[in-house]
Design a protein around this ligand. Structure first.
Ligand SMILES: Nc1nc2c(c(=O)[nH]1)N[C@H]1C(S)=C(S)[C@@H](COP(=O)(O)OP(=O)(O)OC[C@H]3O[C@@H](n4cnc5c(N)ncnc54)[C@H](O)[C@@H]3O)O[C@H]1N2
Ligand code: MOO
Length: 415
């Protein structure tokens, strides 16, 4: 049996110090690849490797914002009757000539005739056969209800900068700018393994001492949501030889391996033992709660491995704090901004450790964002269901032992 290092002998680091240490596991973003914009499902959640610029002005041409009449401002007066010489629908290519006293019936989105400068909505007119009488002048004067070419974007403008995660609104902007393809980062490929003899899959009968595995599910789903590809999610028993074999298999073709469990000081904490002895693994205590024991290594000197503590909330919080920044670096994307919320009620926090509490967010009558611990019993690292329904992690500073109702806390969105 290898000698077990006392937990206390590990170097103790702050959240930021340990995050910077694991960030050094990756040198930079994954290579770029070109993806067609034809199927938005293929691009949702992908991260741009290069700026996207507009091929054409948006709108591409001056057009009508209303169903009504395209007119020359100089012809307008209440009671004036104009001769309707054309009808222009959206998609029409015609550009009818309008002389003095002439107008064209026009639909929303249709190109404005070169000779017109203003649109009068149909509600401000009284049509009668081939003429229309103006009953009300547009309040905005000349140019009213005309959407100018390039008002939204000029040709060559940056629509979407490198590092952007493509969500539905960004995808719509890229589509409107007419880009047939974009350059995105290759999805980082993750191998995920939960370690522990006690873990069995859902559907099995639980023998004494066994529990249903849930960390692998949480890690895999989070990684996919953050833009990674999960090559495999597996369970490794607390057996050193099987751990080595499983890691060899899992790490082949992966950019990153994420493990849960076995990083503490128990005699079966196989991740710490094998990574420590065979991969020059580095094991730390981080001044956070949950998520204190952490480890990292390069398997076979090559593939980065994050070894996260096994308590379910610890695993989830650790991945947010340390896995997510590594993925962000691989994707060339900036960290998500932090938020602020007010404690909805008081709770206690351990001295000397920054507490990260899964919270639900809501607004009070004054519009303040309130943070309410997601589990009725507050924060404890084994309560897996406290994560469900949590919108964010609220941070309690290291030197605070009593959170008081109304305290302003930093939040990290889980959405
Ligand atoms: N003597 C000490 N014991 C412990 C310390 C310490 O400093 N000294 N630290 C505690 C803290 S804090 C944490 S966090 C845990 C971390 O332990 P491990 O990473 O070794 O995790 P395990 O022992 O494997 O599991 C902990 C807990 O979580 C359950 N678990 C594990 N994996 C899964 C999974 N995939 N799905 C669901 N649940 C899982 C496991 O059954 C245990 O109950 O160590 C403390 N101990
Ligand atoms: O670090 Mo452990 O996660 O507090 O329970």
């Amino acid at each position: 049996m290898p000698e077990i290092p006392a937990g206390q002998s590990r170097t103790v680091l702050s959240l930021e110090e340990y995050r910077d240490e694991v960030l050094a596991l990756v040198s930079g973003p994954t290579p770029a690849e070109t993806v067609s914009t034809a199927d938005p499902r293929a691009l949702l959640g992908r991260v741009l490797a290069d700026d996207v610029t507009s091929r054409a002005p948006v709108p591409a041409f001056a057009n009508s914002a209303m169903d009504g009449y395209a007119v020359r401002w100089a012809d307008l007066a209440v009671g004036a009757s104009l001769h309707v010489v054309a009808e222009i629908a959206a998609g029409d290519r015609q550009d009818p000539t309008l002389g003095r006293g002439e107008c064209a019936q026009i639909m929303t989105g249709a190109p404005l005739p070169r000779d017109a400068d203003t649109v009068v909505p149909v509600e401000a007119t009284r049509p009668a056969g081939a003429t229309v009488t103006i009953t009300q002048l547009p309040a905005h004067g000349r140019g009213a209800h005309v959407r100018g070419a390039g008002e939204d974007l000029a040709a060559g403008d940056t629509v979407c900068p490198a590092g952007t995660t493509l969500d539905p609104a960004w995808l719509a902007a890229v589509a409107a700018a007419g880009c047939p393809e974009v350059s995105v980062r290759r999805r980082p490929v993750l191998g995920i393994a939960a370690t522990g003899d006690e873990l069995v899959p859902a559907g099995s009968e639980l023998a004494r001492g066994q529990i249903y595995e849930s960390n692998g599910t949480h890690l895999a789903a989070t990684a996919v949501r953050l833009g990674a590809e999960v090559a495999a999610t597996t369970v490794i028993p607390d057996d050193e030889d099987r751990f080595v074999a499983a890691l060899d298999e899992l790490s082949a073709g992966c950019d990153l391996v994420v493990l849960s469990g076995g990083v503490s000081v128990g005699v079966h904490d196989v991740a710490r033992i094998v990574l420590g002895e065979q991969a020059d693994g580095t094991f730390r205590h981080v001044r956070v709660q949950p998520g204190k024991p952490q480890g990292w290594a390069r398997w076979r000197g090559r593939v980065p491995v994050l070894a996260l503590p096994g308590n379910p909330v610890s695993t989830a919080v650790s991945f947010e704090l340390f896995g997510r920044p590594v993925l962000d670096r691989m994707l060339g994307r900036p960290a998500a901004p932090l938020g602020r919320a007010v404690a909805a009620h008081g709770w206690s926090s351990p001295p000397g450790r920054r507490q990260l509490v899964p919270v639900r967010l809501s607004s009070d009558a004054d519009g303040r964002l309130l943070a309410q611990p997601a589990h009725r019993r507050g924060s404890a690292s084994h309560m897996v269901t406290s994560l469900a329904g949590a919108d964010a992690l609220a941070e309690v500073p290291e030197d605070t032992i009593d959170v008081v109702e109304g305290d302003v806390l930093t939040t990290r969105s889980l959405r």
